[in-house]
Design a protein around this ligand. Structure first.
Ligand SMILES: Cc1cc2nc3c(=O)[nH]c(=O)nc-3n(C[C@H](O)[C@H](O)[C@H](O)COP(=O)(O)OP(=O)(O)OC[C@H]3O[C@@H](n4cnc5c(N)ncnc54)[C@H](O)[C@@H]3O)c2cc1C
Length: 422
């Protein structure tokens, strides 16, 4: 008996669900509204710089097990490149101070006991003050849970949580921050090694999945935006893609809806979902990094937050960036480039550049918005939700997306012999 799963959306969550279902023997058809897969995690050729760039620099950590398993399953784990130890270079552009945080490669955070490996000017007691995050509920503010000032906060906690939650940490959900700390810092250096898709997000995390789906199953249909679902007796029975393109589902078929919250709420009226988002701004510069420059540098005290050194470009990430979305692009590029030169230790004219502003990069990881995240189960027995904005227990990350896709796939598989009466 043929069982087809229709996965709506070819972002990371949809691709994770689809690849898992194909491996479990289902026939899978992915429907993607755009002409390209990857959603908020994609690469493209940018004429202004003459380079293939990512829409945003994405950082994974070695503790992101689901994301790494996904990459392994599509044959690209080696494309996630990083050092053998969890070392992070930082610079404060106000004081010109530089330091390296060395979390080692072990399973326990022994680095805490070595003052040379800790954040400069911090004591063990500063780290112990973070403990309440570990058991904090998602309804609590980070600002009400841990001290949001001092050297440890400025030099580690703020940059880490800002990058992970994409909100100013004090306003973020302490429960979401706690999940990050438990799965990374507390799990020792072996869980904190930075991993970067050096050859591009699409080459490492997207295109191989699409190729796998095209080869092993029904593949990805591009430009196929789902406009409406129809259901009967708590089962989805049809998909409407507009322009007369409709699909009638068989009694064994299932649907994974892996689209962002807005289209999900349009397709499923009454669905509870986050309503507020935060932007991320990335700046890409066509300048080959100086020899020996670290692949990643955390920047404190300026507008730049993380500087990525790719083989053919320098790229900058600025999170929680709503304030920069309307800023004049030329001015922003010049300001960011001046800081990049300072951090990279170079003197160079502004090279060809591109600024990418993702206005709805992530849902707002505040307690209020987190409370609006739905689980994967819907009122329809054969319809499941996936996406970084569903209730994964993590902020909006690749790891959360993959877990949500896996979870939706498991629910499809758990349908077992259940079928709709016809
Ligand atoms: C600039 C930026 C930087 C980031 N940095 C990091 C990082 O460093 N580390 C990290 O872990 N995460 C990072 N993230 C978050 C990460 O990119 C997301 O969590 C992840 O890509 C979300 O995947 P998704 O599948 O849940 O959603 P999406 O990527 O939004 O995918 C949804 C897909 O559904 C499609 N779609 C929408 N409506 C329909 C419809 N009606 N029919 C068919 N298809 C439809 C969309 O076109 C899209 O392809 C970053 C995000 C951005 C934007």
């Amino acid at each position: 008996m043929t069982r087809t799963a229709h996965v709506i959306g070819a972002g990371i969550s949809g691709l994770a669900a689809a690849t898992r279902l194909v491996r479990a023997g289902w026939s899978v058809q992915v429907h993607e509204a755009m002409q390209q897969a990857g959603g908020r995690c994609r690469s493209y050729f940018d004429a202004q710089t003459g380079l293939v760039i990512d829409n945003g620099n994405h950082l994974l950590l070695s503790g992101n097990h689901a994301a790494r398993d996904y990459a392994r399953a599509i044959g690209t784990e080696a494309g996630l490149v990083g050092p053998s130890r969890a070392e992070f270079n930082f610079m404060d552009v106000k004081s010109n101070a530089r330091w390296k945080l060395d979390l080692g490669s072990g399973r326990l955070p022994f680095w805490l006991f070595d003052s040379n490996r800790r954040v400069p000017d911090t004591a063990i007691s500063d780290y112990l003050a973070l403990a309440p995050l570990l058991w904090a509920p998602t309804t609590r503010l980070i600002g009400d849970t841990i001290p949001c000032k001092g050297a440890l906060y400025d030099r580690l906690v703020q940059p880490l949580l800002l990058a992970a939650l994409n909100v100013d940490p004090p306003e973020g959900s302490a429960g979401l921050a706690g999940a990050i700390v438990r799965e990374t810092l507390l799990a020792g250096g072996q869980a904190c090694r930075p991993l970067i898709a050096r050859d591009g997000l699409s080459a490492v995390l997207v295109e191989p999945a699409v190729a796998f789906l095209n080869q092993e199953s029904r593949g990805v249909r591009f430009g196929h935006e789902l406009r409406a679902l129809s259901w009967s007796n708590d089962w989805v029975v049809g998909l409407d893609f507009g322009g007369g393109s409709t699909l009638e589902l068989g009694p064994n078929d299932a649907v994974v809806l892996a689209v962002p919250p807005r289209p999900a709420a349009t397709l499923l009226p009454g669905l509870k979902s986050p309503q507020k988002y935060r932007a991320i701004v990335n700046a890409h510069f066509a300048h080959v990094p100086p020899t020996g420059m670290p692949a990643l540098t955390g920047v404190i005290g300026g507008v730049v937050e993380w500087l990525f050194a790719f083989p053919n470009r320098l790229s900058v990430t600025i999170s929680n960036a709503d304030r920069l979305v309307e800023a004049p692009r030329e001015q922003l590029a010049a300001q960011i480039w001046a800081e990049v030169c300072q951090v990279a230790g170079i003197q160079a004219e502004l090279p060809a550049w591109q600024i990418v502003r993702e206005r709805r990069a992530t849902f707002e990881a505040t307690p209020e918005q987190n409370a609006l995240r739905p689980g994967p189960v819907t009122q329809c027995k054969n319809l499941f939700l996936a996406g970084d904005w569903t209730d994964t227990g993590l902020p909006a990350t690749i790891e959360g997306s993959v877990r949500s896709g896996n979870r939706a796939a498991e629910l499809v598989l758990a349908l077992g012999g259940r079928r709709r009466d016809t």
